[in-house]
Design a protein around this ligand. Sequence first.
Ligand code: CA
Length: 228
Amino acid sequence: MAGERILVVEDEKDIQELVRYNLEKHGFEVVSATTGEDGVAAARRRDPKLVLLDIMLPGMDGLDVCRALKGDPKTAGIPVIMLTAKGEEPDVVAGLELGARDYVTKPFSPRVLVARVRAALRGPAPGAPEGGGRIEVHDIVIDPERRRVEAGGRPVELTFTEFGVLRVLAARPGRVFTRYEIVDGVRGEAYPVTERAVDVQIVGLRRKLGRCGRYIETVRGVGYRMKE
Ligand code: CA
């Protein structure tokens, strides 16, 4: 994975340098852009494996850039991680729904940033049901083939929808899913759920998972995630 080219679109010089320093330290090649327009052009020209994208950019903002990248077949497959400030949760939701893979909130620790970059380079598209593979996270074991779940070594009876929600979250620990993405992930299994219903499903899931329920975290203003 080292040596892979990362495009960083960020207008603040200090953050641009901090990101560059840490990615290069871990062996990545870094290409920089300081405006949205340059970012889109660089994504098309330089063939990066991942884009780190600031949301608040002068002119064409991060959401516009994300929309442009996802709308162009040449760049649509490049994973995007948004760099956001506190209070930008509505933008985070919009970005995730435009197809961004993940986001990191400023100020971030370099360790977290590098871990997210590595995860995004490894991971499949969010929300995509991952075949029949068994998922083990914390003390929770999910067996999609048998539709069985164990938490803390004990079997847990879940409804069809609760199972679907848990599976979406557990497939990508640490990654935040918006309610819409959770609905979309579950709907992949041909089951209708509304965004509002997700909150109700989460309450039921946490209760049934007992002490493992705490691993499902609420991310204020954004959605839910399985603790990393
Ligand atoms: Ca900015």
